[in-house]
Design a protein around this ligand. Structure first.
Ligand code: 13P
Length: 251
């Protein structure tokens, strides 16, 4: 059985005070949670403090991005080893905003993923089609390419440390979530791709989160769709009431 995984991607939001307060609230509530995994993704500069604010709780802390290189002259970048050093245990790779606003391609996403794995970080690999791709019937081709190139060189053993997030670009921050049928169809396709690459039993163990305008009032129906194992939440993860509403109704 796959344990539901609910994650909050804070993006470039919240300051030190509000981020620490939110993290503390979640950490305190986590003693009442069972049967689910929860993670938050603050901005780099607050990771250290948020890790300390959640220490010993059921809230994991991850980074939104990392550098594909190990160390050296890469001004403005942050390495996997640095993330590990401050206590982050996971990292997002290939988020739609990294791909579309900062031009990250599948090969760079793959190098980042390997950099993370090599330091023992778990990874959430984000994939998703644009509205144009959906309209032109190329959703599956896009997902297949992102998965195949994103996971290139990843062993079956390392696959156990990877979560997939299906985030259709048209659903991110728009208030228009994928319908449960659309999410179920895409997630089932993604699991089929994983089966083809790694075999059925390895594929069956991978969590596939849905992301894109997730709220407390749509999480339950989305989670009932086939192969939807949790959510990667943006806007609704920025306040304790709305994120707890998702985390606590999600099962
Ligand atoms: P929203 O929940 O704000 O649509 O963002 C989704 C997302 O991009 C999470 O990574």
């Amino acid at each position: 059985m796959r344990k539901p995984f609910l994650a909050g991607n804070w993006k470039m939001n919240l300051d030190r005070r509000s981020g620490v307060a939110l993290a503390r609230t979640l950490a305190a509530r986590s003693v009442t949670w069972s049967g689910r995994e929860v993670a938050i993704f603050p901005a780099f500069v607050y990771l250290d403090e948020i890790v300390r604010a959640t220490a010993g709780s059921g809230v994991r802390v991850g980074a939104q991005n990392l550098c594909d290189e190990k160390s050296g002259a890469f001004t403005g970048e942050v390495s996997a080893a640095m993330l590990k050093d401050v206590g982050a245990t996971l990292v997002l790779c290939g988020h739609s905003e990294r791909r579309h606003l900062y031009g990250e391609d599948d090969r760079l996403v793959n190098r980042k993923l390997h950099a993370a794995l090599s330091q023992g970080l778990d990874v959430i690999l984000c994939v998703g089609e644009t509205l144009e791709e959906r309209k032109s019937g190329s959703t599956e081709a896009r997902l297949s390419r992102q998965m195949t190139l994103g996971l290139a060189g990843v062993s079956a053993e390392d696959l156990a440390r990877i979560t997939i997030a299906y985030e259709p670009v048209w659903a991110i921050g728009t208030g228009v979530n994928a319908s449960p049928a659309q999410a179920g169809e895409a997630h089932t396709y993604l699991r089929g791709l994983l089966s083809g690459l790694y075999g059925e039993s390895a594929a069956a163990a991978v969590r596939i989160q849905y992301g894109g305008s997730v709220k407390a009032d749509n999480i339950q129906t989305l989670m009932r769709a086939p192969n939807v194992d949790g959510a990667l939440v943006g806007g609704a993860s920025l306040q304790s009431e709305s994120f707890l509403g998702i985390v606590e109704v999600a099962l």
